[in-house]
Design a protein around this ligand. Structure first.
Ligand SMILES: NC(=O)c1ccc[n+]([C@@H]2O[C@H](COP(=O)([O-])OP(=O)(O)OC[C@H]3O[C@@H](n4cnc5c(N)ncnc54)[C@H](O)[C@@H]3O)[C@@H](O)[C@H]2O)c1
Length: 249
């Protein structure tokens, strides 16, 4: 049984993680941590003094994750990090510390297995198609466009092929923006904002005589739990440093 502490246990992701850890037959929820709760531990230091913890799962906020992660690695607690916002320098430092202490550390900006597979499939397919467009759909409270997932997808596809849309006729937009934003390798990205969507994305690939669409829809936060549990088992058994869920799928 893997003994788990969840940091950020009161948050939207933390609550789902606590439920997933409780429901999973291989994991046991030994500590809940959240600064905003009266009934939970407030810090990992506090929980570590009282409980035996094999793996900490952190879904908190950028300001606290780096210190939490260093404390864990310095104290032999393996860590799974879902919190976004770590800088490249911080990620490098955590990688070095994880290796120095031989303590597992798994960081993934996206734990949704479906979304990560969509990116992997798109990269795999890219070199067989001449045209590629990405349409991403999000709720209307999202501030940035295009989404990080759309940018990462285009980036991965560009690694596989550098000249999409070659051979198209010269285009003229009569309404500016109609063709979306053009990103790496001429992949056009279109961002739809609509109340009701959570996060969806379509990658449309075309070549002579065929069109292939790869689509992923997020229905709720449960979509992240399979990836989080895979990461927990990975760090527990392999005890290594991993950045990105795609590396273990
Ligand atoms: N990797 C992924 O797949 C993925 C998916 C969704 C969200 N996220 C990220 O997860 C993080 C949390 O998202 P959320 O929507 O659950 O946010 P949230 O605001 O609902 O929850 C965060 C919780 O962390 C607690 N917290 C903050 N600082 C703390 C600290 N120092 N110690 C203990 N508890 C602390 C807060 O009190 C809160 O309850 C964000 O960084 C978000 O971007 C990642």
């Amino acid at each position: 049984m893997i003994r788990i502490a969840v940091c950020g246990a009161m948050g939207k992701m933390g609550k789902e993680v606590c439920q997933a850890v409780t429901d999973c037959p291989d994991t046991e929820l030994t500590a809940k941590i959240d600064i905003a709760s009266e009934s939970m531990y407030h810090t990992i230091e506090e929980a570590h003094r009282v409980e035996d913890i094999d793996v900490l799962i952190d879904f908190t906020q950028p300001a606290s994750i780096f210190e939490n992660a260093k404390f864990c690695l310095n104290n032999g607690i393996k860590i799974v990090i879902g919190t976004t916002g770590l800088t490249d320098e911080q990620i490098n430092e955590l990688e070095n510390l994880s290796k120095e202490k031989s303590t597992g550390c798994f960081i993934a900006p996206n734990f949704s297995t479906g979304a990560v597979l969509m990116m992997m499939f798109s990269k795999l397919a890219a070199k067989y198609f001449d045209n590629a467009e990405i349409v991403e759909f999000h709720h209307n409270q999202k501030k940035d466009a295009p989404s990080g997932t759309a940018i990462k997808t285009a980036n991965l596809m560009a690694e596989a092929k550098s000249d999409f849309t070659k051979g198209n006729c010269p285009e003229k937009e009569t309404i500016e923006g109609s063709r979306g934003g053009t990103s790496y390798s001429n992949i056009h990205i279109h961002s739809v904002r609509m109340p009701g969507y959570i996060a969806s994305q379509e990658v449309i690939l075309g070549s002579s005589g065929q069109i292939m669409t790869i689509r992923h829809d997020t229905m709720d936060r449960k979509c992240y739990m399979q990836g989080v549990l895979l990461a927990v088992k990975y760090v527990y058994n392999k005890n290594s440093f991993v950045y990105g869920l795609e590396n273990i799928l």
